[in-house]
Design a protein around this ligand. Structure first.
Ligand code: NAD
Length: 387
């Protein structure tokens, strides 16, 4: 694993717990972790259960006792690390968004195809049992033709103007702001549940344009540098966009870090000709469903606690009603990754999904600049010509 803070903790926890909950033929062995600061990476290796550490990620890739490279560093490092790992024949799990630009994402996809290695993107929210169950209902036709997807990812952790200029607010490190950080997740959920997006129209806004310097310090916390030098925020604080899907559905999306009181409000509602579903991460074990063929007088949204043994992934955990949490979405994702490595295929979401997601992100940025609709397929075709 390269990197060891917020996602480093989430992924390491999932590697440790995976053999405990899932009976798999292939199980992860936490062989080594890489970080630039020897003191800090040593502490992380001990705490998170890695047998060894490296202070240069390239050394990790050279090692022949490592099969899988897990990239949990800021976005500007993903492309170089993933391509180097794939060229060395390693399997790769990469955090989202996979790149800073669509061209880089396409380069990563090409490297993945050439390598024959297994590749996956860490869009963990797909792996909430309630989201997988929603997908099952949609696939079974329980909602019929899909008309609307309405998705929001609402946070508020940067609202205080004294929140420092961390890597998440610098374009050269992160690519985009709320758009790529949390918008990427709802784009993935919409693609997973409803299908491919044909075109988008979006707007971006940066409410606080200057902040004091500082660093992320674990989770979504930060520390301000003593110098307190002010610097320019170069990414969006909020992104709002609408889309048309290939299958005719309409999408409305909102990704913002300025929705006060919403700590991690990742929500969607999908309306189809025969029913609707609603989900909210902060109440992640529940799925609200409405079916138009329910008896008249008893119609309305009802709540299913998606914790029955028959529900996706739940037979690995506890008896019905004994809920699971955020961290288990990573275990579920990793169980698919281990099966992929065992059997030699790249489970979805893989780098193809990563590139499609990046195309939507880039299209929204282009749309916001030009105030025009942007066609996703055309953008990908034009970008792939530059490969
Ligand atoms: N799937 C999710 O829900 C989710 C949530 C948060 C973040 N992420 C993604 O995970 C990635 C990491 O985010 P985070 O919140 O863990 O960040 P973070 O700031 O908490 O941790 C980043 C880690 O990368 C290390 N690092 C930075 N540059 C490095 C380099 N050049 N070489 C080696 N190590 C380096 C840092 O020292 C730190 O350990 C990002 O791509 C982010 O978008 C995903």
């Amino acid at each position: 694993m390269i990197g060891y803070q917020f996602m480093g903790k989430a992924h390491s926890h999932a590697y440790r717990d995976l053999p405990f909950f899932f009976d798999l033929n292939y199980q992860p062995v936490q062989q080594a972790i890489a970080g630039r600061n020897e003191q800090a990476v040593k502490v992380a290796a001990d705490k998170m259960g890695y047998a060894s550490y490296e202070t240069d990620w390239r050394k990790l890739i050279e090692r022949d006792d490592i099969d899988l490279i897990d990239i949990v560093t800021p976005n500007n490092t993903h492309t170089e690390m993933a391509i180097a790992a794939l060229e060395a024949g390693k399997h790769v799990l990469c955090e989202k968004p996979i790149a800073l630009s669509l061209l880089d994402a396409e380069r990563m996809l090409e490297a993945a195809k050439k390598s024959g290695a297994v590749h996956m993107v860490s869009h963990n929210y797909r792996f909430a049992p309630a989201v997988q169950f929603a997908k099952k209902l949609i696939n079974e036709g329980r909602l019929g033709k899909i008309y609307h997807v309405r998705a929001q990812y609402l946070q508020d952790f940067v609202m205080d103007p004294s929140f420092p200029l961390v890597w998440r607010l610098k374009k050269e490190v992160t690519g985009s702001g709320a758009l790529g950080d949390i918008g990427a997740h709802i784009i993935d959920l919409a693609r997973f549940l409803v299908g491919e997006i044909r075109e988008v129209n979006g707007m971006l806004e940066t409410f606080i344009k200057e902040r004091p310097s500082g660093e992320m310090s674990g989770g979504l916390s930060s520390t301000t540098s003593e110098a307190e030098q002010m610097g320019e925020v170069t990414v969006d604080d909020a992104a709002i966009f609408m889309s048309r899907f290939e299958n005719g559905a309409l999408g409305t999306f909102e990704a913002t870090r300025f929705a006060g009181g919403n700590r991690n409000g990742n929500r969607f509602e999908i309306n189809g000709e025969k029913g609707s579903i609603r989900w909210d991460l902060e109440n992640m074990n529940n799925l609200e469903v409405f079916f138009a063929d329910d008896e008249e007088g008893l119609q309305g949204f009802r709540t299913i606690n998606v914790t029955e043994e028959s529900h996706p992934y739940m037979s690995n955990y506890w008896p019905a009603g004994h809920i699971i949490g955020y961290e288990h979405t990573f275990l579920n994702l990793f169980s698919e990754l281990m099966k992929g490595i065992e059997k030699g295929y790249s489970p979805e979401p893989n780098f193809e999904d990563g590139a499609k997601n990046q195309a939507v992100l880039e299209a929204i940025q282009l749309s916001a600049e030009s105030r025009q609709w942007v066609d996703i397929k055309h953008l990908r075709e034009e970008t792939r010509k530059k490969l």
